[in-house]
Structures are given as C-alpha cells and as structure tokens.
Unconditional design. Structure first.
Length: 190
C-alpha cells in the first residue's frame, strides 16, 4: 500500500512539475526563494506592533523565533528519519521532470518551506484576526503558492508538501495559543 501511495505521489509530481514552462520559471524561482518574502514578514511584524504594542511585540518575536526553530528542527528530524530522496535526486525521474531549483538537497520529506509558511500564515492570521478578519485567507493562499513552488522547481513531491502544510498549520496554531497565554500572563492589556 505504501509503495502504491508513493507511486501515485511520484506520478502526481511529474504531472504538476511538467505544467511549468521557461516563461514562468523566473517567477517561481523568486517565489521559492527564502528571502523574497522578508517584506511581507516585516509588514506582519509592523501590524503586530501597531495593534498590540511594544511589550506584546517582544513576546511575539520570541514566540515566532521559537516557532520557526521548532518547525525547522522537526522538519530536519523527519527528513533524516525517513530519508526519502528528493525528486530532483531520483535518477529514474531525470528525463521526466523539470529541475530548475538552485540546488537539490538530499532528503525531502517533509517540506520546510511548506511547514514554515503555513505556520506563519496560521499564526499571523489568527493573531491579527480581530483586526483583519480576512487576512488568514490571504496568508493561507500565500503559503499554498509558496508550497506549490517547491513542486514547480523540482525539489518536493506533493506528499512532502501536504505533510509540511499540515504540520505547519498545527505548529502555527500551537504557537498562537502559546503567544495568547504569554500575553495574558505577562503583558497587561486593557
């Protein structure tokens, strides 16, 4: 059953990856770059500061740093534990896929890009929901686009993405709850 699931995952990857074209490669390489969305993160931090104040902002920065560290480290534990080679490193796929990423990496299960962006999306969306009720939809859509970029550039299978998104949503929710608790406990709000 696992072999059949991995086979379907590979075939779906090949299909989705081959939807790409040279015309759009630059855009998707930009989307998948970790540094591209620093301005978005800066805007989100500014909104947190504007709506919650400086003391709360310090709590948010600490919680967000812990969330990113947590998702990164758990992602690495899974990658080393499962040791599922990335599609860009699979010799039987070389002639069937488009590999345009800057580098391939060794293992891909599950996607750190997917988990980190979904964690940020859920955390920011829930935290800022009282002020911007539709922000979470934008953030989740953004996370899905970033996650798809990993398939487009040839470095992750769809199951890597799905599991990363799921873990990221869980992490974002848990750290949102943690931030709420810390704010209630240590920051006086009116």
């Amino acid at each position: 059953m696992i072999d059949q699931l991995l086979h379907y995952d590979t075939e779906l990857f090949v299909f989705l990856n081959n939807l790409g074209s040279e015309t759009w490669d630059g855009l998707w390489l930009t989307i998948t770059d970790k540094l591209t969305f620093i301005p978005l993160y800066a805007v989100l931090l500014y909104l947190l500061y504007k709506k919650f104040g400086l003391k709360s902002m310090l709590v948010f920065v600490i919680v967000i740093a812990l969330m990113v560290t947590f998702t990164d480290q758990i992602t690495n534990v899974f990658k080393r534990g499962f040791q599922r080679p990335r599609p860009c490193g699979a010799e039987d796929l070389v002639d069937r896929v488009r590999f345009i990423a800057v580098r391939c990496g060794k293992y891909g299960f599950f996607s750190g890009h997917a988990s980190n962006t979904m964690g940020a999306a859920v955390f920011a969306g829930l935290t800022l929901k009282p002020f911007y009720k539709n922000l979470i939809y934008f953030m989740v859509f953004w996370s899905l686009v970033v996650a798809f970029s990993r398939i487009y550039v040839g470095v992750h299978y769809p199951l890597d993405i799905l599991c990363g998104l799921t873990f990221g949503a869980f992490s974002g929710f848990i750290f949102y709850k943690q931030a709420k608790y810390l704010l209630k406990r240590f920051v006086k709000t009116e």
